[in-house]
Design a protein around this ligand. Structure first.
Ligand SMILES: Nc1nc2c(c(=O)[nH]1)N[C@H]1C(S)=C(S)[C@@H](COP(=O)(O)O)O[C@H]1N2
Ligand SMILES: [Mo]
Length: 365
């Protein structure tokens, strides 16, 4: 196939959504290789980046364990390492497309990326500590701290912390010190962060300094007040539950919203699709606002926890006019995306198909 004339070059830059703390977005229309270069990997931080040194760093492991201990970076690096590829999406990605507008960072499509993470399985560290029978969750805490007023005031200064259930903690959760073959950068959690493959980014705690095993479900700020949604399972009244696995979603990278597209040409529509704990099996694209659909072609095989890039050749209309493109994904269990945003999700888990409006124009002569 001839290279698409619409293929943009690499994007070693980020869009500033907030200067301080740094909240920086990947310009999603520059989607290129399956693994996102670190320089264009989005940054989502609630507090200013703590400047930690490799030599001064230590990890405290305690709580419901037989042998609490402390680990320095040299010791962590001496343990058997694993490298895994995982897509990470902020749970608020796509928020700017919601009406009415929701609180939080105004992300468009690019609070998502894929990286190769290298580190030590959390399970190895927990094994060394020896779990007590009462162990139920693992609380991961970062070195970054501060005071917040939104959505509720914090009880003074707090650190960023999230928990993972024990079965996940004993699974593929990584204590990562490497990203795309290099040391983590300060904004991505240097020297060590957690990576919880398949979960929204909030679980992957950066600047990790403490691992505490608990017997009770953790009810911290970023677990309840923030990064939670109203669940209405089992006919019970709505209950707040912490966000977890990424939900099935297909996103269009090219054309970008409101892009001008030439008439009477072949335009290669491009995007990616992902789901936290399911496999993306199919992506369909509509170039007529959802009336008719065609199957996109995958560039990547299904790989657990990693997005699949897809393409579709679009023979653009011969006459100028406005057109709406939509993509939707189906997983291996036959489930697809919700038709509209469920208000019980608030400003999170924005996974309904987002229409992309474009302007088809006469070709310049
Ligand atoms: N310590 C700490 N860890 C954190 C955060 C944070 O603010 N502090 N933000 C979380 C959120 S909401 C996301 S989406 C991811 C983003 O990781 P990144 O900045 O490397 O893209 O980090 C998570 N881990
Ligand atoms: Mo996030």
């Amino acid at each position: 196939m001839p290279p698409s004339p619409h293929e943009p070059g690499p994007a070693p830059y980020l869009i500033t959504r907030e200067q301080s703390p740094p909240n920086l977005e990947f310009p999603f229309c520059h989607l290129g290789p399956r693994v996102t270069p670190t320089a264009s990997f989005y940054v989502r931080s609630h507090f200013p980046t703590p400047r930690l040194s490799a030599g001064g760093w230590g990890l405290t492991v305690g709580g419901a364990v037989a042998r609490p201990f402390r680990l320095d970076l040299a010791e962590l690096r001496s343990l058997p390492a694993r490298t895994l590829t995982a897509t990470m999406e902020c749970a608020g990605n796509g928020r700017v497309f919601l009406t009415p507008r929701r609180r939080g960072v105004a992300w468009e499509l690019g609070a998502v990326g894929t990286a190769e993470w290298t580190g030590v399985p959390l399970s190895k560290v927990l094994e060394r500590a020896g779990l007590l029978d009462s162990a139920r969750e693992v609380v991961l805490e970062g070195a970054d701290r501060g005071v917040l007023t939104d959505p509720l005031p914090t009880p003074g200064e707090i650190a960023y912390a999230r928990s993972v259930p024990l079965d996940r903690a004993l699974g593929d959760v990584l204590l990562a010190y490497g990203m795309n073959g290099e040391a983590l950068t300060p904004n991505h959690g240097f020297p060590v962060r957690a990576v919880v493959p398949g979960w929204y980014g909030m679980a992957s705690v950066k600047w990790l300094t403490s691992v505490q095993v608990t017997a009770e479900p953790f009810q911290g700020y970023f677990q309840t007040v923030d990064y939670a949604y109203w669940d209405t399972r089992d006919g019970l009244p709505p209950q707040l539950r912490p966000l977890g696995a990424m939900q099935l979603k297909a996103a269009v990278a090219r054309p970008a919203p409101h892009e001008e597209v030439p008439c009477g040409t072949v335009y290669e529509v491009a995007g990616a699709a992902w789901a936290g704990e399911a496999a993306v099996e199919r992506v369909e694209v509509s170039v007529d606002g959802g009336r008719t659909w065609a199957d996109a072609r995958f560039l990547d095989p299904p790989t657990p926890h990693v997005w699949r890039r897809w393409r579709l050749l679009w023979h653009t209309p011969t006459c100028p006019g406005r057109h709406t493109l939509v993509a939707r994904a189906t997983d291996a269990r036959g489930r697809t995306q919700p038709a509209s945003h469920d208000p019980a999700r608030g400003g999170y888990m924005i996974t309904h198909p987002l229409p992309v409006e474009v302007e088809v124009r006469e070709r310049p002569r």
